[in-house]
Design a protein around this ligand. Sequence first.
Ligand code: IDP
Ligand code: MG
Length: 141
Amino acid sequence: MLNDFTFAFIKPNAVKNSNIGPILSMINKAGFRISAMKMIHLTISQAESFYAVHGEKPFFRDLVKFMSSGPVVAMILCCDNAVEEFRKLIGETDPARAGEGTIRKLFATSLQMNAVHGSDSNENAIKEAAFFFSEFERYYS
Ligand code: IDP
Ligand code: MG
């Protein structure tokens, strides 16, 4: 897909570890334009809504606790084939399996605290972007 976008956030562990700057630098160097960005501390109920698809998983409660433990930096990122390109840049969910030079390989502290989120489909990118941002907070498409 041309000129499309994905939704991403920098997770609380990477924010706490002062890795916002290095991660944004990698995102820009990889050719993404930042169309929207904000720092936000999710409530437990907001984290539950965002990860509702994982509601039945054994790691759900801990994930929600982690995701509401501190602020995240939420973003809408634009480039051609954005969803797929961003998933390549961040690497596998489990940092032990993530490729060398990927964001998760470099900045994850565990499987749960894997530094960044990236949408897994165009449909979810649209939903997740709308969860965090209004139309007035977006500057490119
Ligand atoms: P993704 O973030 O690569 O799309 P998902 O399977 O959608 O991976 O899982 C969402 C998030 O839940 C992961 O990024 C990670 O933070 C956490 N997670 C996934 N699987 C596990 C697990 O087995 N144990 C603990 N946390 C997990
Ligand atoms: Mg996912």
